[in-house]
Design a binder for this molecule. Structure first.
Ligand code: FMN
Length: 167
């Protein structure tokens, strides 16, 4: 039995749509954050959420040293923030210089414009391949679905954003 090639796999995943998030991290010295589509709830009770970070990203190195990550939900009006966190890299720019944020648990940056967010303690890091899965235990919730915020921002809404790093 052979595994699918990436091209064969693409035929299955291409066109599937899913919500987008901004994941942020702080390692005691540096802040980082990037746009993430590989993210999902993986348990109801106990509550668990999974986010997957590309090994290539600047955020990956910071998250590897962090105990806590923040996962910010994006809505229709948040395309500019998605482009900022997904199209720029912390290798070249300070993404937090021109956005409003404050410090959350363990110093993790919380983005003021994205109040629907989940802060999670890293319970497990799972090497999947070019991405590493971070299993999060939610430790604090802030906000909820925003009235008038519109539908979640989906992968199909950000196909004009070129990733700051190739995966
Ligand atoms: C539509 C889209 C989806 C993305 N999904 C992920 C993802 O699930 N995980 C990830 O680590 N990077 C993902 N990225 C890539 C990063 O957001 C992007 O390379 C970013 O510039 C990395 O920033 P950094 O180097 O500061 O961490 C995605 C980018 C785009 C445009």
């Amino acid at each position: 039995m052979r595994g699918l090639t990436t091209e064969e796999f693409d035929a299955f995943v291409d066109g599937l749509d899913y919500p987008m998030f901004v994941v942020t991290a702080y390692d005691g010295a540096e802040r980082a954050g990037c746009l993430v589509g590989f993210a999902t709830q993986v348990s109801i009770d106990p509550p668990r959420f999974l986010v997957c970070l590309s090994r290539a990203n600047h955020t990956f190195g910071v998250a590897a040293r962090a105990d806590v990550l923040a996962v910010h939900a994006l809505h229709a009006a948040d395309h500019p923030l998605a482009a900022h966190f997904g199209g720029e890299t912390g290798d070249d720019v300070d993404k937090f210089a021109d956005v409003s944020w404050h410090t959350g648990p363990d110093g993790v940056p919380l983005l003021a414009e994205l109040p629907r967010r989940l802060v999670g303690k890293v319970a497990e890091r799972v090497p999947f391949g070019d991405h590493v899965g971070y299993v999060l235990v939610p430790i604090a919730e802030h906000g909820s679905a925003r009235d008038g915020a519109g539908d979640p921002l989906m992968l199909g809404d950000v196909d004009d954003v070129t990733p700051g790093h190739p995966a």
